[in-house]
Design a binder for this molecule. Structure first.
Ligand code: CMP
Length: 158
């Protein structure tokens, strides 16, 4: 059984400034993930601190907050079987130089900080991170006509 999950993805300011937004979204769509919500916004400093609060006190925290607020981001809620792990796998390891070719970070960057995308790493992180960007009512519920090809109903049980 493959439980359908929803996860948060944030396309970071480096990718927006480098005109990579469409390339990143295309990868998620062609994998079969469904876009349930999407918005472009400029994170406030308070929201960036909240989003990255688990890293507070680390030496990269202040530069990370500065980076996250340096320009607009594109936030999305994506759904699909095992979406949390599938998205993490598609992004690749955190640091660009360590990310394999074929992963988003491995194909689009070489930086440790400017690493193109962020996604929630667990249901617990999602619960903390999603309210920075979306309310439950922002997440649209609609059918995709190709669902049965991407994962048949018996693979979609909760
Ligand atoms: P992300 O997956 O969004 O989670 C935390 C972010 O902090 C990470 O991606 C990088 O952008 C950044 N980060 C984590 N570790 C480091 C580091 N050692 N040096 C610089 N930036 C880092």
């Amino acid at each position: 059984m493959s439980a359908v999950e929803t996860t948060l993805v944030v396309i970071k300011p480096d990718a927006v400034h480098r005109r990579l937004v469409g390339h990143v979204i295309q990868r998620f769509e062609q994998r079969g993930l469904q876009i349930r919500a999407m918005k472009m916004l400029h994170l406030s400093e308070a929201d960036a601190r909240e989003l990255y609060s688990v890293h507070e006190g680390k030496e990269f925290y202040e530069p990370l907050v500065a980076f996250a607020t340096s320009g607009p981001v594109v936030a999305m809620m994506l759904s699909g079987p095992h979406a949390i792990d599938v998205v993490r796998d598609m992004m690749g390891p955190t640091f660009g130089p360590e990310a394999p070719a074929g992963s988003i970070r491995g194909d689009f960057g070489l930086s440790r900080r400017f690493n193109i995308v962020h996604s929630s790493d667990s249901a617990e992180s999602l619960a903390c991170e999603m309210p920075v960007f979306f309310s439950e009512s922002d997440v649209l519920d609609y059918a995709m006509p190709d669902d049965a090809w991407l994962a048949p109903p018996e693979e979609r049980a909760p």
